[in-house]
Design a protein around this ligand. Sequence first.
Ligand code: KG4
Ligand code: ZN
Length: 357
Amino acid sequence: MLVLGIESSCDETGVALYDTERGLLAHQLHTQMAMHAEYGGVVPELASRDHIRRLVPLTQGCLEEAGAGYTDIDAVAFTQGPGLGGALLAGSSYANALAFALGKPVIPVHHLEGHLLSPLLADEKPEFPFVALLVSGGHSQFMAVRGVGDYTLLGESVDDAAGEAFDKTAKLLGLPYPGGAKLSQLAKLGSPDAFSFPRPMLHSDDLQMSFSGLKTAVLTAVQKVRAENDGEIPEQTRNDICRAFQDAVVDVLVAKAHKALLDTGFRTLVVAGGVGANWKLRETLGRLKIQPPYAKGRAKPPAEAVKVYFPPMEYCTDNGAMIAFAGAMRLQQAQPSGGFNVKPRWPLTDIVKQPSQ
Ligand code: KG4
Ligand code: ZN
């Protein structure tokens, strides 16, 4: 079965072809980053119009890359939500029109399910069950994943998502949009000891997270630095702040990942979403071992190994491949097709079980 996947929830148009027998055959992406950069953020109307312009050429590019034609497509999957209403509608209209013309089913996909399953696109795939850490611009969540469609929410950010905190902090450091990736690059040049920021909810005995206070701590530090330097942030100081901010976020994510693995008893961790591209997070989780708890005075039990999977870099941020793949998985489960409407605020709870279930 050949599934065409369409992603248009925000500022990236992604199109891909996934074959259930042969795997990913082609994927193409157009990022609108440069277009939105001059406004300092995504302009929804411009995003929608650009998606409309890109969808046909990207689909043709994918078909050429895969050596396939329109009539070879067995189903069209598209991101139904969550995301920007107009941007989603561009993808939905295109997917539905194409599927209707071809007489093939259309499969609505939850954007986060796409991210959640994206590590399965790698050559070395994780096996179920696993803990998924979903860290994107809009979400920071831990999920127990027992199979396709079998997700339990374990905990999430109570305020800003990790990616959002990266972007907002980057903005207050004067970095151009989109700042998260840039901040992480500069962090490489910063000293880990120059600043120290709080690790919010690090010791809360659950898997909830909070990142907005951390951003405020950075703001306070930046105001102090500016006051001492004629309104400027010296280059090295900015790099140091980037480093300290990144280290604080990574510490929280790693500690919570450790707890999620302990709580579930799973020994596989999968990281998905844009923040999964972060070098420090990759480095630290790559060394993660599980230390079982032990009573004071007792011998320390040996640490247990964990398998940690990251999606290939190109599938970490928004892309069509993860939508084509999630659609193909849903198709194999014979999910009924249909759905022209979009769901800009589609809660993930619609597709996950609550811990008590
Ligand atoms: O998953 P994604 O492409 O889009 C959604 O939000 O769905 O994630 C984008 C987020 C942005 O907030 C961006 O700042 C963050 O991922 N991001 C990073 C890095 N690259 C992208 N955050 C930290 N370090 C990075 N290297
Ligand atoms: Zn995303």
